[in-house]
Design a binder for this molecule. Structure first.
Ligand SMILES: Nc1ncnc2c1ncn2[C@@H]1O[C@H](COP(=O)(O)OP(=O)(O)OP(=O)(O)O)[C@@H](O)[C@H]1O
Ligand SMILES: [Mg+2]
Ligand SMILES: [Zn+2]
Length: 508
């Protein structure tokens, strides 16, 4: 008596196929074993499946029952094998006779046979439909998420007994229809709008350049000057997410177990703002389940490090690799997983420990030594990876009342989208989207300077002893500034503006 059920498990944010094989022998002593490199959650499946089936009066555990999760050479984890294991047993003993070859079955069981939602459903359903397994049987709480894959026929259940009824033909059910439209992606509303930011012309300009070329960006200014306020408004000037970006972000959040029951597509660009006490694992990912960290949750959006210099030095150091590679690899118990990390880094910091260096309202009380120690945390290599640095001056209280409402996010976003279009056209034969992602050979190919710009660059390079990495960062930012001005060539004024926003001393 043998049966086989299709299921899946997660490898990073991809679903991988698993066949749950079951053999119930007529002879031998009672036993129940699960083989096939499962983790402790899978071992615990035994108890849940046994109780759930016994409570429905299906007691086949007086026979030897063997479950194999094939392929057996891959480590698997998750509690979502409960349901396929239970169904495979019922199939092996003939309670369920109908064909299940076109079904993917996932779900956790409670001891009394209720179905519980699980993580990572979107990725697993995507895998199933890609190999023509169309019918998806899962907990009702995961139904909405699974139906984001249009080819899937999704059937959601609350009870194991209903799943059995469905397979035996006693319960009739239509697939779940998702009424959510992906076209809504362009109609996302952000409640934090740039029109609330008064004054701050330099920081607003830097924010727009940053969004236009997806450049990393740091703001330096005294307390209350509006740094956090500007950072929070960055998602509102970025173009709407593409369906692909939206699905990828939803998968990452699903794998991290963050959308178990809501199940709708993530349509707003993520804005992830970890606390400065966060650990390396929280930022990069890892832990016992190798979960995605903040760098991956922020993929497609913004990772905001508020009070940036309060983060431990090791956190700032580990960020360097994903900032460069746009993905992060986590090693855990004999296997490695890779998650996307396509975030834009925005940092905010005070210019000195007391916060008032360069402020015209209040005197700084720090010694030169204190200031140097404070800044030293932002190591050279980290600073090298930042394209834009902007000083944010405090707005006087009377000006806050006087200065008229700032330009609205909607209008800025139109210009940003135009700059993105120019880049999409430029990079149509490359595998990148934005100026900030150019490699050295692309920089040489696409950042052409006119004569005047060339001379300016030479003077600046010699005068300020600029590193090679900073040099190419300045060229990339200049490219974005030129694109914003619809200019084919990079001119002297583009170079000067990019340079002014790169050199930290000019921001302080
Ligand atoms: N340019 C501005 N326009 C309108 N309101 C502002 C502006 N700057 C500051 N504010 C007001 O001041 C508050 C504090 O600003 P915010 O928290 O962004 O400052 P911050 O620079 O992050 O300060 P800190 O260094 O203390 O974190 C805002 O919530 C806002 O109400
Ligand atoms: Mg702040
Ligand atoms: Zn100070």
């Amino acid at each position: 008596m043998f049966a086989k059920i299709n299921s899946s498990y997660l490898y990073g944010i991809s679903g991988v196929g698993v066949e749950v094989e079951c053999d119930v022998s007529s002879y031998g002593l009672p036993s129940f074993s699960i083989v096939g490199l499962g983790d402790s959650a899978i071992k615990e499946s035994k108890d849940r499946v046994k109780s759930a089936l016994k409570n429905l009066d299906y007691n086949y555990f007086t026979h030897p029952v063997t479950i194999n999760l094939a392929p057996a050479d891959m480590k698997k984890d998750g509690s979502h094998f409960d349901l396929p294991i239970a169904i495979s047993i019922l199939k092996a003993v003939g309670i369920i006779e109908n064909n299940t070859d076109d079904c993917l079955i996932i779900g956790e069981l409670s001891l009394d046979g209720k179905l519980r939602s699980v993580s990572g459903v979107l990725s697993m359903v995507e895998y199933a439909t890609s190999c023509n397994i169309k019918r998806i049987i899962l907990p009702e709480g995961n139904m909405q998420e699974a139906s984001l894959i249009p080819e899937a026929e999704v059937y959601g259940f609350n009870e194991l007994s209903d799943v059995i009824g469905f397979f035996r033909g006693d319960i009739k059910k239509e697939p779940y229809i998702n009424n959510e439209e992906s076209s809504e992606l362009s109609n996302v509303f952000y409640d934090a709008d740039f029109k609330d930011v008064r004054g701050q012309f330099q920081a607003r300009r830097a924010a727009e350049i940053s969004a236009s070329g997806m450049h990393n960006f740091i703001m330096i200014g005294s307390p209350g000057s509006g740094k956090t306020m500007i950072a929070r408004r960055m998602p509102s000037i970025l173009p709407p997410m593409t369906l692909q970006e939206s699905l990828e972000s939803t998968k990452i959040h699903s794998v991290a177990g963050l959308i178990k029951d809501s199940g709708s597509l993530i349509k707003k660009r993520p804005f992830i703002s970890p606390h400065h006490t966060s650990s390396n694992i929280a930022i990069i990912g890892g832990g016992s389940k190798a979960s995605p960290g903040n760098v991956s949750l922020a993929s497609g959006g913004i990772l905001f490090l508020d009070e940036m210099l309060e983060f431990s030095r090791s956190v700032l150091e580990v960020l360097r690799q994903p900032m460069e590679d746009r993905f992060v690899t986590i090693a855990r118990a004999g296997r490695t997983v890779t998650y996307p990390a396509k975030f834009m880094l925005i940092g905010a910091m005070n210019p000195c420990p007391c916060g008032y260096l360069g402020d015209n309202r209040k005197q700084c009380t720090c010694t030169q030594n204190m200031i140097e120690r404070y800044r030293a945390k932002l190591s050279g290599p980290m600073l090298d990876r930042i394209d834009l640095i902007s000083r944010v001056e405090a707005v006087e209280y009377k000006d806050l009342m006087d200065i008229k409402e700032g330009e609205a996010s909607d209008i800025i976003r139109q210009r940003v989208m135009q700059a993105h279009e120019i880049q999409a056209h430029r990079f149509k034969n490359e595998n990148i989207l934005y100026n900030s992602e150019m490699n050295e050979s692309m920089v040489r190919k696409y950042c052409l300077l006119d004569d005047d710009a060339q001379k300016t660059m030479e003077i600046v390079m010699n005068k300020y002893n600029i590193s090679a990495r900073s040099y190419s960062k300045i060229l990339k930012t200049s490219r974005t500034i030129a694109d914003m001005a619809l200019s084919n060539n990079i001119t002297k004024s583009h170079i000067l503006e990019a340079f002014q926003m790169k050199l930290p001393d000019s921001a302080i």
